[in-house]
Each structure stands twice: as structure tokens, then as C-alpha cells.
Design a binder for this molecule. Structure first.
Ligand SMILES: *Cc1c(COP(=O)(O)O)cnc(C)c1O
Length: 457
């Protein structure tokens, strides 16, 4: 193994090298992602139909499968400068601990107050809402990262921000809530008594700890019934993957500086936004035959959309108020076990990634959460950074791949997305340390029950 002083540990880009346009991976896809459908007519949603829910420019981005690059507005670039470019780090100390000939790199997106990559899209969405002259936005948040990111973005543009937070997280993560309130957002635990759909869900499932699907329904209801408000979403949608392409573009630019091409790109997948962003330039090159690399999505065993889901049109939310999206899904009625830590709890997966997976252009694996926390601990002890549980899914598989290289003696280049910091997840770490964390795998019967809720399209 080379001595650290002979290799670059952190590969920084210059501030001027922050990309000035987002890359639209859909433009390179041969089979385009399936369109959103109107649940009433089963026809593709038009911009007019989406207008009561989403901001106009974001709708244009959502529906555009052809434009390659969207310029990043100057106001958004200015905000990016507060925390970008993010570092690409060679995981030298982890490699050493594993005794692997592999070269491991990670792109760290946790160096901002919200603590994750979600800010990359939050600031873009808040910008377009402001530009449209709106008063505010509504949203859901699971583990709290998206709500925090959006609160920061709304504070920057002086927009009101109403967050519906999945009840289990609201109770487990009071500090997240206070960060959001510091930035001026109002936070309501979901399901709540303040919306029709919330009251209906509570009547049907008393004592439910909530899910992202429920919280989305509540946030959409409030957006469409409050003048001057629209709904914004932190993952899954095409527009979110577009904004997150800044991660992949920076990663590729940094690797180019040291003349490295990845053999494996790994990311955790909840709704697919960080992974979709990280892989966008690499997937483009792969589709165009310019890069031979494996792309791997990692999901929790307790919420296995890719590995055990069905590729079908489904509702995006529990209340069935949103358009239908074709995706790998567990069914919108799926409520993950409450012992499942952190994010990655969404029942479906980005339509872009679902199509790429169905086309065999990427792989997926699911991992049990105690293994994920073991990997997180090894990473924290070797690389110094305390990782978010979601990000640690990617760490786990990066370690597994590096250990395979130890067997074969191959010096593969492994790149993974370290999407966030773990500071707000100490309750989960505590459970792990106290031996109170278990590995939940939904039974086939359980999944069959939620598959039965899929719409007949
Ligand atoms: C939200 C989140 C994820 C998962 O969301 P994706 O849309 O799949 O990227 C992963 N890591 C962190 C730290 C998050 O906050």
C-alpha cells in the first residue's frame, strides 16, 4: 500500500469548478422513464394538471426527457457556494483496516447544517417557488433531513415552510424538529388531525407511527387547499434527481483530476435521489459505451423496493391523492416496521432508476440494519467521520466489494456516496450499542398484502 503522503487524500475542486448546469440523465436513456399518470383518466399528467400541486418551472423540468443540461440559476449557485464543492475523499484508512488492494473513494455531502445532500434540491425548489411569487411550500419529511434542508432553503428566500413529519421520527428526533423551527418552519407530526386525509388514516389505523406515504398526502392536501402554496418533494421525482446531478458531476470532475475511472459506483437508495444524482454522468458514459462500470443501489432489508418489489404503476402516497408513478414498489399501503432506523423508508423508487434497473443497467442489494451499523462503526473509527445510517448502507456494500478485491487481488476503484452525517441519529446508534436493534425482514405474506393495494392499470 502506498504511503498517504504519496496520494491525494481529499480531492477538492475549486469554487469555480462547481458545475453551472445540472445534467438530465433522462436525455441519455434509450428507454425513457414511464410518465406520471392521472389516476382518474390513466393518461399522462399534463403540465396544467400538475400546476395546482407543483411550481411551474419544476413541472417543466419534471416532464422534460430530452434537454441535456439545465443552467443552475445564479441565486442557487450563490447558495451552493456556502457548502460546495463537497470533498471527494480517498478512504485510505478504511482501505488499510480492510487490507484491500481496492481504492475506495467517497463523496461526502454531509458538510452543511441540514447534514445531507437534500439541500442541493431544496434550494433549487425554494428558488423556483419564490420566482413564481408563491407565499410558501408544504412538504413531508421522514427522518427529518429533507424538512431541515427545505427549512434552510425557505429561510434563505423568505418563504413559509410547512412540514409534515412522520410521527415516529417526530418523537425519536426532537432535535431535528428544533432545527427546522430555528429556520422558521412549522412542523406537524403525521398522521395529524389537521387534514381530512390525516383524520381518515388515524381512524383506519389508530396508533400508527406514520409513513412517508401518509405525510405526503397531508402535505399535498394543504398545498392545494391553501392559496399561494405549492407542494415540494425531496426525492423520487425526476426534477430532484436532476438537481442532485451536481453530486455526480463534481465526483466525475474530481476523479478526472487524478485520472481515475470508477469500476463500481455505490449508493444507498430510499427514493433514489442521491444515487440518481451520483451516477448520472457515469450512467451516461455507460449507456454510451464509454465507461465499463457496475452501478449498485443499496436498500434496507426492511424496505426492499428494488429487490423484492414489483415494477408497476402505483400511488405515490397512502391517501392516493398524487399521480400514479411507474416504479419498483412495495405498494403504497406498505408501512415499514417502526424498529427500522433512519430514512430509506419510502415504498417506491424513482421512475428513472426503476427503468435503468429494469433495463439491467444497474444492480441492487438489500442489507440488514445491524450489518449496516457495524459498517458505520468501522467507518467512523477508521475515517473519522460519523456517517448517517442511510449512508452506511452504501458503506456496508463498499466494504463488501473491497473485501472481494482482497480475495481476488484486484485494485478496483470503488466510489460511493456518503450522503450525510449521523449526528442526529444517536438514538439509533444507542439501540445498536445496547444490543436492542433487530433485523426485520417483511414476510412474503406481508408484501403480498400490500401488493394487493396496487392500482389495476
Ligand atoms: C434522504 C436521505 C437518503 C435517501 O434518500 P434518496 O432520495 O434515496 O437519496 C440517504 N441519505 C441521507 C443522509 C438522507 O438524508
Amino acid at each position: 500500500m502506498k504511503r498517504l503522503k504519496e496520494i491525494p487524500y481529499k480531492i477538492y475542486l475549486d469554487e469555480k469548478e462547481i458545475p453551472n448546469a445540472w445534467y438530465n440523465l433522462r436525455s441519455a436513456m434509450i428507454n425513457k422513464p414511464a410518465p406520471l399518470l392521472n389516476p382518474g383518466t390513466l393518461k399522462p399528467m399534463t403540465a396544467e394538471e400538475l400546476a395546482p400541486v407543483f411550481c411551474d418551472e419544476l413541472i417543466a423540468q419534471e416532464l422534460d426527457n430530452d434537454t441535456e443540461y439545465f443552467p443552475i440559476p445564479e441565486e442557487v449557485l450563490n447558495f451552493y457556494k456556502m457548502y460546495r464543492p463537497s470533498p471527494l475523499v480517498r478512504a485510505y484508512f478504511l482501505e488499510k483496516a480492510l487490507g484491500t488492494p481496492a481504492h475506495i473513494y467517497y463523496k461526502f455531502e454531509g458538510n452543511n447544517t441540514s447534514g445531507s445532500h437534500k439541500l442541493n434540491s431544496a434550494i433549487a425548489q425554494a428558488y423556483y417557488a419564490k420566482k413564481q411569487g408563491l407565499k410558501g411550500v408544504t412538504t413531508e419529511t421522514g427522518a427529518g433531513q429533507w424538512g431541515t434542508a427545505l427549512s434552510m432553503a425557505c429561510a434563505y428566500f423568505d418563504l413559509d415552510c410547512k412540514v409534515f413529519m412522520v410521527k415516529v421520527s417526530y418523537e425519536q428526533k426532537p432535535h431535528r424538529r428544533e432545527v427546522m423551527r430555528t429556520y422558521g418552519a412549522s412542523v406537524t407530526p403525521s398522521p395529524s388531525e389537521s387534514t381530512n386525509i390525516g383524520r381518515k388514516i388515524l381512524a383506519e389505523f389508530p396508533g400508527t407511527t406514520g409513513s412517508l406515504g401518509c405525510a405526503i398526502s397531508e402535505a399535498v392536501e394543504v398545498a392545494v387547499s391553501t392559496p399561494g402554496y405549492r407542494y415540494v418533494l425531496g426525492s423520487v421525482l425526476n426534477q430532484v434527481l436532476l438537481h442532485q446531478s451536481v453530486i455526480g458531476l463534481e465526483t466525475q470532475a474530481a476523479l478526472d483530476k487524478i485520472g481515475v475511472k470508477p469500476d463500481i459506483v455505490i449508493g444507498c437508495a430510499g427514493g433514489g435521489s442521491n444515487l440518481g444524482g451520483l451516477i448520472s454522468p457515469f450512467m451516461r458514459d455507460k449507456i454510451k459505451g464509454k465507461l465499463d462500470c457496475r452501478i449498485v443501489a443499496v436498500e434496507p432489508m426492511s424496505c426492499p423496493s428494488f429487490t423484492r418489489g414489483i415494477y408497476a404503476y402505483d400511488f405515490c402516497d397512502t391517501g392516493k391523492v398524487c399521480p400514479l408513478a411507474k416504479m419498483y414498489t412495495l405498494g403504497s399501503g406498505f408501512i415499514p416496521a417502526p424498529n427500522h432506523a433512519g430514512g430509506l423508508r419510502y415504498h417506491g423508487m424513482s421512475s428513472v432508476l426503476s427503468q435503468l434497473y429494469d433495463d439491467g443497467l444497474m444492480e441492487a442489494v438489500s442489507v440488514p440494519q445491524t450489518e449496516v451499523f457495524k459498517a458505520a462503526e468501522l467507518f467512523a473509527r477508521t475515517e473519522g467521520t460519523l456517517p448517517a445510517p442511510e449512508s452506511s448502507h452504501a458503506i456496508k456494500v463498499a466494504i463488501d466489494e473491497a473485501l472481494k478485491c482482497r480475495e481476488t487481488g484486484e485494485a478496483k476503484n470503488i466510489v460511493f456516496g456518503l450522503t450525510g452525517t449521523g449526528y442526529f441519529d444517536m438514538v439509533a446508534y444507542e439501540k445498536f450499542h445496547d444490543g436492542l436493534m433487530s433485523d426485520y425482514r417483511p414476510s412474503d405474506e406481508e408484501l403480498a398484502k400490500s401488493f394487493a393495494t396496487l392500482p389495476k392499470v
